[in-house]
Design a protein around this ligand. Structure first.
Ligand code: DOR
Ligand code: ZN
Length: 438
């Protein structure tokens, strides 16, 4: 008897969408029924009725901050991974700006030891660049990549001077991911606007030019050393054009849900809840970024899930830390984009699963195909549902998307062949595994 049958859903397969049955065995996708055929439920220990639902590969969020160690009052791996599962996210890659930061082999192994017994999703880790830790980073096994903060953000990680940047790009042949904001521009503008108190100053400090200049610099370094560099959380139409022109040099990029659906017009309502790095931009940037997703210039969506407590966020502009949660709402926001004709379901599977799996060489994930891991999400596309704070699973307890009416919600999430989330409940606790990078 096989383990699990997902019966009668509209399955988003690598070659298109069709109604099919998905058979799961030993945690893997075992078979997909041929067009017009079905599998007999009697042959499975469990069958999930997916009629009327879409079946997508579990989402891979390549950019989260789950705050362990050092920020457990904002998030931990129980709350972070439950928020992920409620959002149809089955794999997350965690950033290194924890406390202490993941900049040494000891810190990397310590983080692994803390996460392994707690994670309810599959996971992978980045290391962070400092001016002098390259030798250690080179010895690390199986990391998502090396994250370089070219502009300062939450935590103390920062490398922005020419010499150290050239040493890192020249010396590291693995995946390099950059936070591209220009530190000098940020510092100059912080002085210039030091008397400001309103959050709308954030985009005048961390300007479009600061994002553009750092992205140009990262691309120039990538070309100089022939490195396939990845630009994190691209926020502007200008950066999109830089990446479009540099894709043949192996440059890739991601966009966050907040830079797709929020903009500075919303800051009057959001206040400091809308403060993040890079900042919210204009409506025309939202439009350009949706376009970049649809035409394939943007490789994937990643949330930059960066929880802070409401108390922390409610300080004044200068006191409030930057960052918003997102892992629970990425898929609903993108499926809502399908409802409104911005993307197809196949494109959503590409930018939430196949794209990140390919970019990071994550083995056996990112598509619904025999032999791949049975990480799946079943979503309802029919009725709009409100984003409500009381449904937020993240420890931070708030969301910048509150009050949005979205079409397209995860109903059931399957991790390694087990139903781990079902309509607001978490029926089974299973441990996620550390993913293997190619
Ligand atoms: O807004 C942000 N928050 N941007 C970052 O780069 C870091 C993140 C955090 O960790 O809070
Ligand atoms: Zn981040």
């Amino acid at each position: 008897m096989s383990d699990l049958l997902i019966h009668g859903g509209t399955v988003v397969l690598p070659d298109g969408e069709r109604v099919a049955d998905v058979a799961v065995e030993g945690g893997k996708i075992h078979a997909i029924s041929a067009p017009g055929q079905t599998f007999s439920p009697g042959a499975f220990s469990r069958a999930v009725d997916a009629a009327g639902l879409v079946v997508l590969p579990g989402a891979i969020d390549a950019h989260v901050h789950f705050r362990v160690p050092g920020g457990e009052h904002k998030e931990d791996w129980d709350t972070g991974s439950m928020a992920a599962l409620a959002g149809g996210v089955t794999t997350v890659l965690d950033m290194p700006n924890t406390d202490p930061p993941t900049t040494t082999l000891a810190a990397l192994e310590d983080k692994r030891a803390r996460i392994a017994p707690r994670a309810r999703v599959n996971w992978g880790l980045y290391m962070g660049a400092t001016k002098d830790n390259l030798a250690e980073v080179k010895q690390a096994r199986n990391i998502a990549g090396l994250k370089i903060y070219m502009g300062s953000s939450t935590g103390g990680l920062l490398v922005y001077e020419d010499g150290p940047l050239a040493s890192i790009f020249g010396g590291y042949s693995g995946r390099i991911c950059v936070h591209a904001e220009d530190e000098q521009i940020i510092r100059d503008n912080s002085l210039k606007f030091s008397g400001a108190t309103d959050v709308t100053v954030h985009g005048r400090i961390r300007t479009v030019t600061s994002a553009k200049r750092a992205t140009e610099r990262a691309i120039a370094l990538a070309r100089r050393f022939a490195r396939p560099v990845h630009i994190c959380h691209m926020s502007t139409a200008e950066e999109l054009e830089l990446v479009r022109a540099a894709r043949h040099d192996g440059i890739t990029c991601e966009v966050t849900p907040h830079h797709l659906v929020l903009n500075e017009d919303g800051l009057a309502d959001l206040g400091t809840l809308g403060k993040m790095n890079p900042p919210l931009r204009g409506k025309h940037d939202n439009e350009a970024l949706w376009g970049g997703l649809a035409d394939g210039v943007i490789d994937f969506v990643a949330t930059d899930h960066a929880p802070h407590t409401l108390k922390e966020k409610m300080g004044g502009y200068w006191e409030a830390p930057s960052g918003v949660p997102g892992v629970q709402h990425m898929l609903p926001l993108l499926l809502n984009g399908v409802h409104y004709g911005r993307l197809t379901l196949t494109q959503v599977a590409q930018v939430t699963a196949t794209g990140p799996a390919e970019r990071f060489g994550i083995q056996n994930k990112g598509r619904i195909a025999p032999g791949h891991d049975a990480d799946l999400v079943l979503a309802a596309m029919g009725d709009a549902r409100l984003v409500r704070v009381k449904d937020v699973v993240s420890k931070c307890g708030w969301t910048p998307y509150e009050g949005m009416d979205l079409y397209g919600w995860p109903e059931v999430t399957v991790l390694g062949g087990q139903v781990v989330y079902e309509r607001g409940r978490f029926p089974k606790v299973t441990r996620g595994r550390e993913v293997m990078f190619g």
